[in-house]
Design a protein around this ligand. Structure first.
Ligand code: ADP
Ligand code: MG
Length: 639
């Protein structure tokens, strides 16, 4: 060990992750090679980007490459690159720690789960590439020299809690990573990674498309005049063909998937691959992927998205956000266009008309592909929607051009069945006389199913959407209509499903009933003046004695509760209490009221009616002490 040697501890999370890796149940240990090649390729990209302004970083005639070397006797495999390299500080930061927030939560989940798929999924979401080396090695050495610096750094670890870092010597810029391999073991899927054919097979399988040559030394024997001579030559073991340019028939799904893993740092296969080429005013090719799981930070405020931009097979930008509308930021992929000028800066591309044109084209294509998935592979689409539905919903209020199309991609629970439905399917099932689309909100299916508001819809055979995701109410309120059908909240006083005939009937009835109940209604209104703004006779209720309805512009109680939980200070919304004149409780209240206006029981019942209505829609009663007091008195009397 030379100067400035230090033994350092891995960050606690890293340590845990490493332990999991080392004792991994992960099936394919050979992916360490894919991960190291992917990192080397990233490092070469970074060097190229830096060399745009610092020309002398890359010498003339120098080829950027990756080299794999194996040593059978020492049982090592080394992956070299002449990319950007790392300074001492960068090694500590990039290799010793996992800076990603949410790592702790992930590890807790991982440790609880013994299932292989969960492990793969979760590890995959975090893309902890470098650590995968410890699945195949019992010691890993990294030697690196940052471009533009003179000193080199060596890092070494057996993966057990600590690593050593010290200043070292290295001639060339770049990084070499050496794995001291564990003994090969078929059961453990540990091949002999020092075998040339094994290395070639793995590279072909995972890294063929890498745009830099992956070199290996190959030894051949030549016989000349009866004398055998050994010749050592460099061979390139990857085809380097850009995968989005190759004809679809030539590329297997697996190839597409491996490319996805390289650009996304995700370990899982994508859910959908979209290959697209546009001709016309602007020419471009795109290879896009919908991941199967969202990145851990997709719904964080400053989540980064973006697609890779290539011009003439050369990577220009690693992530250009403007190639996608923000709500589609979960899509990964590559865009190549010969029309983009080669030496254009990110700043200039950002508001560039051409880029915005491409964005439009891609958004349309992605939405169409999702629609196709919805129509042809509903189950797959449901799994997509479960993971990314929240992002799609953002589009309703940001991509007005595609609004109707986005709306057609939404899925909802409904009174129709246990499975999810689209708005179109809802409309197809609508009764001929039904005019509008109706919805109710609530915390769970069960609560909405038992909502007193639902009854009249049910009795008419009208389907009602159940909005269980709080954001859905915003989404549908702002959407207002779909396919020329108005979308209405069934718990609003203004939403009426009565036919003209029925209306006439109730009007007549109201004249008499209204008179009968007038004084009682006044009485209840006074008793509940703190809670409700109005008490009315209901024309909709069937079996419930009362319910609470909102005015046109009132937020629903469900949403109000969520906003409050969120810390929003809202003025108390007073809603309307509707009572059911056909219900025996209401009838008996009227009897008592007619006999004695001052009967103390009536005040209690007014409160009970209100609390009952709150509970019926899944809300909490305003004063639980008072409520339980009243309830127990009542129980006492009734028994
Ligand atoms: P990811 O590639 O998803 O960032 P990794 O664990 O594969 O995660 O790599 C961690 C980090 O280590 C990289 O982001 C990079 O900064 C650094 N790194 C790894 N390999 C190299 C390399 N060959 N050259 C330069 N930096 C590297
Ligand atoms: Mg990586």
């Amino acid at each position: 060990m030379s100067a400035k040697a230090e033994t350092m501890n891995f960050q606690a999370e890293t340590k845990q992750l490493l332990e999991l890796m080392i004792h991994s149940i992960y099936s394919s240990k050979d992916i360490f090679l894919r991960e190291l090649i992917s990192n080397a390729s990233d490092a070469l990209d970074k060097l190229r980007f830096e060399a745009v302004t610092k020309k002398d970083l890359i010498k003339e005639g120098e080829t950027l490459h990756i080299r794999i070397e194996a040593d059978k006797d020492k049982k090592t495999i080394t992956i070299h690159d002449n990319g950007i390299g790392m300074s001492r500080d960068e090694v500590i930061e990039n290799i010793g720690t996992i800076a990603k927030s949410g790592t702790r939560e992930m590890l807790q989940k991982l440790q609880k789960s013994k299932k292989k798929e969960d492990f793969e999924n979760l590890i995959g979401q975090f893309g902890v590439g470098f650590y995968s080396t410890f699945m195949a090695a019992d010691k890993v050495t990294l030697l690196t020299k940052r471009a533009g610096e003179d000193s080199a750094t060596q890092w070494e670890s057996a993966g057990a809690g600590t690593y050593e870092i010290f200043d070292a010597e290295k001639d060339a810029r770049g990084t070499s990573i050496t794995l001291h391999l564990k003994p090969s073991d078929k059961d453990e899927a540990l091949d002999d990674f020092t075998e040339d054919w094994v290395i070639k097979k793995i590279v072909k399988q995972y890294s063929d498309f890498i745009s830099y040559p992956i070199l290996m030394k190959e030894e051949t024997e030549e016989e000349k005049d009866g004398k055998k001579t050994k010749i050592v030559e460099d061979v390139t073991i990857n085809s380097m063909k850009p995968i989005w340019i190759r004809p679809k028939s030539e590329v297997s799904d697996k190839d597409y998937n491996e490319f996805y893993k390289h650009i996304s740092h995700d370990w899982n296969d994508p859910l959908k691959t979209i290959l697209f080429s546009a001709e016309g005013r602007i020419e471009y090719k795109a290879l896009l992927y919908v991941p199967s799981k969202p990145a851990f930070d997709l719904f964080f405020q400053n989540a980064k998205g973006g697609l890779r931009l290539y011009v003439k097979k050369i990577l220009i930008l690693e992530a250009l956000e403007d190639l996608l509308p923000r709500y589609l930021r979960f899509v990964k992929g590559v865009v190549e266009s010969p029309d983009v000028p080669l030496n254009i800066s990110r700043e200039m591309l950002q508001k560039n008309q051409m880029v915005l044109q491409i964005q439009k084209g891609l958004a349309k294509k992605i939405l169409d592909s999702l629609k196709e998935m919805l129509e042809k592979e509903k189950e797959k689409y449901e799994s997509f929607f479960k993971e990314f539905g929240a992002a799609i919903k953002e589009g309703i209020n940001s991509d007005f051009e595609n609004r109707e199309k986005i709306a057609s991609l939404l899925l909802f629970h409904s009174s129709n069945s246990q499975s999810l439905t689209t708005l179109k399917e809802y409309i197809d099932r609508m009764k001929s006389e039904q005019k509008d689309i109706y919805f109710l909100t609530g915390d769970s299916r069960e609560i909405v199913e038992n909502s007193p508001h639902l009854e009249s819809y049910k009795s008419k055979g009208y389907e009602v959407l159940y909005l269980l995701d709080p954001v859905d109410e915003f989404v549908l309120d702002s959407l207002q209509e779909f396919d020329k059908k108005k979308i209405k909240n069934a718990s609003k006083s203004t939403t009426d499903i009565a036919t003209e005939e029925e209306k006439k009937k109730t009007e007549e009835k109201m004249k008499t009933e209204g008179k009968k109940f007038e004084d009682l209604i006044k009485y209840i209104s006074e008793k509940l003046s703190e809670e409700v703004k109005e008490v009315k006779i209901s024309t909709k209720l069937v079996s419930a004695p009362a319910c609470i309805v909102g005015d046109e512009n009132d937020v629903s109680p469900h949403l109000e509760r969520l906003l409050k939980q969120h810390g929003d200070k809202l003025p108390k919304t007073k809603r309307i209490l509707e009572i059911n004149p056909e219900h025996t409780v209401i009838k008996k209240m009227l009897d008592r009221f007619t006999k004695d206006k001052n009967d103390p029981l009536l005040a209690d019942y007014a409160e009970l009616l209100y609390d009952y209505s709150l509970l019926a829609e899944g809300a909490a009663v305003t004063n639980p002490v008072k409520f339980t007091g009243l309830l127990s008195q009542l129980m006492d009397k009734a028994i």
